[in-house]
Design a protein around this ligand. Structure first.
Ligand code: APR
Length: 165
């Protein structure tokens, strides 16, 4: 079941929320900043033991003060115009987050719109990539949530999703 919601991802009491992190995993702005603020300083302390994360890969940590049990940090690609393999790297970020979730018996998972903020990935193209991977994994999870921060983002996800079905 894929749900497209306008919601602050840090409020979701799911097994895992996914963070659009940077390579250091030590926090930043955007959703990364929101998740670290809500999780508390232990998230950064824990992530310091992980040794970073390459683009397209994913790393698991406890949720600490978040209502979510776990945080899956992934690093999306920076958008350089689409000629540097950005689509494959974004697909990898969603896919590797799902693979890691399955390895830890996670049944409910929420994603932000990875790479569409600071990393400037076009929202509609990113939504298409995200939804195609979500549909591929739909039957392996009880809940998959596309946690859109704004109404505009939710509308983009809804229209892209309608175009896929
Ligand atoms: N809940 C859900 N979505 C959110 C929230 C939130 N609380 N806060 C922001 N977002 C949305 C943004 O509106 C955007 O649609 O998350 C999406 C991803 O945007 P960014 O957070 O800017 O992430 P990204 O584009 O992947 O850039 C990652 O930004 O914050 C730094 O450390 C981070 O270097 C990394 C880079």
């Amino acid at each position: 079941m894929i749900e497209i919601l306008q919601v602050d991802i840090t409020t979701l009491a799911v097994d895992a929320i996914v963070n659009a992190a940077n390579h250091s995993l030590l926090g930043g702005g955007g959703v990364d900043g929101a998740i670290h603020r809500a999780a508390g300083p232990e998230l950064k302390q824990y992530n310091q033991t992980l040794g970073g994360c390459p683009t397209g890969e994913a790393r698991l940590s406890p949720g600490f003060n978040l209502p979510a049990k776990h945080v899956i940090s992934t690093v999306g690609p920076v958008w350089y115009g689409g000629e540097r393999g950005e689509a494959v790297l974004l697909d990898n970020a969603y896919r590797n987050s799902f693979i890691l979730a399955l390895q830890h018996d996670i049944k409910s998972i929420a994603f932000p719109a990875i790479s569409t903020g600071v990393y400037a990935y076009p929202k509609d193209m990113a939504a298409r990539t995200a939804l195609l991977v979500m549909k591929e994994y739909e039957d392996k999870f009880e809940r998959i949530i596309a946690a859109c921060h704004t109404r505009e983002d939710m509308k983009i996800y809804q229209s892209v999703s309608a175009g896929l079905s």
